[in-house]
Design a protein around this ligand. Structure first.
Ligand SMILES: [Zn+2]
Length: 312
């Protein structure tokens, strides 16, 4: 019977073990560097979108179950290395760790790259953070490096951000006006209440009868519907919101859907430009990524501007 690695090592010298550790560390660095090269190519090919995910981040965390921080770090460094390809070599040689580069990534641009990469060589994460504070205002560094929302437990989260004077004076005014309703005046309670009001306002259906002055516009809209324009009436939009549960309907190979709730757009199943109708049967909600993927499949061009799809 073949001896297990664990048993084999028992009979080896210290020197053998040390050399083994060194070899594995070098292998691990090379693997990390290779992974970034693959990830860069997958990103470029939009493989996550083709597999039914709205972002590279969701693909890595949901399909491959990488932790959020690990996925975020790899995406940041992969995108940084696309601009500065010498990083593949420097990660493999151990000049930079992924974590150190992940800290650096939000700050690097073409002008400051030599200084920032120079300052982060062979540095730990903590040392990179200290170095960044010597280069940028402390608040900026804290703002960009700390996650604004981090879980503390099953139903508790820590939320942090930097605010200006106006926010603080608005907060104090709200706290004073709410002193009867919320006597403890806790920040989370005040902001929570504010969000409830905001959501109510945002979800309100905007449907006012057209005034005489606006009539020509309303008539024009009606004409556009009748003559086959791309305009989709609000009633149909609401119908789609309900039917599709305000989620991207792109199908994954396993039959589930993408389900993204942000940056939703209305997609014509049979493209509008190819005679597809503005009827609910021919419409569905897709996230920005999947609407762009559809457009690319039909018209051969990935749209240039893209919303941010990684979490804050
Ligand atoms: Zn989607």
């Amino acid at each position: 019977m073949k001896k297990s690695l664990q048993m084999t090592l028992k009979s080896q010298s210290d020197r053998y073990i040390l050399r083994g550790i060194e070899m594995l560390i070098a292998k691990d660095r090379k693997l990390k560097s290779d992974f970034l090269i693959y990830l860069g190519e997958a990103d470029y090919r939009k493989l996550y979108a083709k597999e039914g995910y709205s972002s590279l981040f969701r693909w890595l965390t949901e399909k491959y179950e990488l932790s959020e921080s690990s996925a975020l770090k790899r995406i940041q460094v992969s995108r940084l290395a696309l601009k500065f390809p010498f990083l593949y070599r420097d990660i493999a040689s151990g000049k930079y760790t992924l974590s150190a580069l992940g800290r650096l990534a939000p700050f690097v641009n073409g002008a400051n790259a030599p200084i920032l990469f120079g300052g982060a060589e062979k540095k730990s994460v903590r040392q990179v953070e200290e170095f960044l504070v010597t280069q940028f205002p402390k608040e900026d560094v804290e703002d960009r490096l700390r996650k604004s929302v981090s879980p503390l437990g099953v139903d508790r989260h820590q939320v942090q951000f930097t605010a200006g004077n106006e926010f603080i004076s608005d907060l104090e005014e709200a706290r004073a006006l709410l002193s009867h309703k919320l006597p403890k005046g806790k920040l989370a309670e005040i902001l929570g209440l504010g969000l409830k009001y905001l959501l109510k306002e945002l979800k309100k259906p905007v449907r006012k009868a057209p005034s005489k002055r606006e009539m020509p516009l309303a008539v024009e809209a009606a004409n556009r519907i009748l003559t086959g324009s791309r305009y989709i009436p609000r009633g149909i939009r609401r119908q789609l919101d309900n039917r599709d549960d305000r989620r991207c309907q792109e199908k994954r190979p396993d039959g589930s859907i993408c389900g993204e709730t942000r940056f939703l757009e209305i997609d014509h199943v049979q493209p509008f430009a190819l005679g597809g109708a503005n009827k609910p049967e021919n419409l569905r909600l897709l996230c920005w990524t999947h609407n762009a993927l559809r457009a690319e499949a039909t018209f051969g061009k990935w749209r240039a501007s893209k919303p941010r799809m990684t979490p804050e």
